[in-house]
Design a protein around this ligand. Structure first.
Ligand SMILES: Cc1ncc(COP(=O)(O)O)c(C=O)c1O
Length: 371
């Protein structure tokens, strides 16, 4: 076991995309084989019945490995649902925001802003904290937070993919915590006892797009209504039917299974994954903090993401030049989101440290030529 995934292929770029994002090299190599013939069955992984023994094995192994490496307690169900993370933002208030109750939402970036707007279509929604006026360059403090009494739940996004803030604390409320971890799930250990529900779309740290993975505590799940929701938006049906009421995205679940196997064999624990991610991100933050030419979007070290790091040079034209020249040496997809401009380096679990080193070397060279 090593704690340093490497990139050996020479025909692949260092891919800094925010998502869909880089996958571990061994996972892609294995998927190439399994697309042709999985488990010696003579059938490819996309050609299997979702009710046959080969897929049973794929699902069972994925669930077992996800539970083991994530240390997920037995009273949490692991579900798969289609519609990515976005559908979850509709399903959560449909299921857990009854009439007469209010749900608290932290507005800390585009995804939580949209989730809050979606919730207000279904019931009473309170913004518990917001940093929109500061272009989301920080998280609301506890002193600024405004919780409702007896909230149905409190929603937050643990890592703001576009703006590069990441929670290293929990909202201080007694309400059940519901968290979108789309861009940082399994980048570090998870304190399950803090959460009623966690979900993530797979396409950053766990696999391909179009699929969400949901970890939900049983007593919270039981508060969802019975038999009144559309079938594919009913968490209880998904749980009873082992996430296959209809035909699931079997390939996404297969690929997530391969990614969690890779985390197990490459790192052995989420604590080791976290250490690696901190080391990678520190290379870039050190560069940003020690250069007058570059600036980071987020300044508070306690709130800086290890996954997504937005930054700028001194001028928009130089940012464009930076992105174009970086692409020429296979440092790909470094454009910032259109809402903040500049650059963004997304460095999920599968980004090797060599990628961060190559980026920092390029940044030094670019600064010396353009400052
Ligand atoms: C934190 C977060 N939540 C939600 C989403 C939306 O995910 P999807 O497109 O899978 O619905 C994204 C996508 O980048 C995200 O980063």
């Amino acid at each position: 076991m090593t704690t340093a995934p490497t990139q050996t292929a020479t025909d692949r770029a260092f891919n800094f995309s925010a998502g869909p994002a880089v996958l571990p090299e061994p996972v892609i190599q294995q998927a190439k084989k399994d697309l042709w013939n999985v488990f010696g069955s003579g059938m490819g992984v996309c050609e299997l019945s979702h009710r046959g023994p080969e897929y049973d094995r794929i699902l069972e192994e994925c669930l077992a490995d996800t539970r083991e490496i994530g240390n997920i307690p037995d009273n949490y169900h692991i579900l798969f649902m289609q519609g990515g993370a976005t559908l979850q933002t509709s399903m959560i208030p449909m299921s857990f925001l009854p009439a007469g109750k209010t749900a608290d939402y932290f507005d800390t970036g585009k995804w939580s802003h949209d989730a809050a707007a979606e919730a207000s279509k279904f019931g009473s929604m309170n913004i518990a904290g917001i940093t929109r006026d500061e272009n989301y360059c920080r998280l609301p403090t506890e002193a600024e937070s405004n919780y409702s009494n007896d909230a149905a739940y409190c929603f937050f996004v643990s890592n703001n993919t576009i703006y590069g803030t990441q929670y290293n604390r929990f909202p201080n409320t007694k309400a059940p915590l519901v968290c979108d971890m789309s861009s940082d799930i399994y980048c570090r250990p998870i304190e399950w006892n803090k959460y009623a529900m966690v979900y993530a779309s797979l396409q950053k740290n766990l696999g391909p797009s179009g699929q969400a993975c949901i970890m939900i505590r049983d007593d919270f799940l039981q508060t969802a209504p019975d038999d009144t929701l559309p079938k594919l938006m009913d968490y209880k049906i998904a749980q009873k039917k082992q996430s296959r009421y209809n035909t699931p995205n079997t390939f996404a679940i297969y690929l997530m299974g391969q990614v969690v196997k890779w985390i197990k064999s490459e790192f052995g624990s989420l604590a080791a994954v976290e250490k690696y991610n901190i080391e990678k991100a520190a290379l870039l933050y050190d560069m940003l903090d020690n250069s007058p030419f570059y600036s980071a979007h987020v300044n508070n070290p306690d709130e800086r993401s290890t996954m997504n790091i937005p930054f700028k040079t001194t001028a928009p034209d130089l940012d464009k030049k930076f992105i174009a020249e970086a692409a020429q040496i296979n440092l790909s997809t470094l454009s910032g989101h259109r809402s903040i401009g500049g650059m963004r380096a997304s460095m999920y679990n599968a980004m090797p440290i060599e990628g961060a080193r190559a980026l920092v070397e390029f940044m030094k060279k670019f600064e010396s030529e353009n400052a």
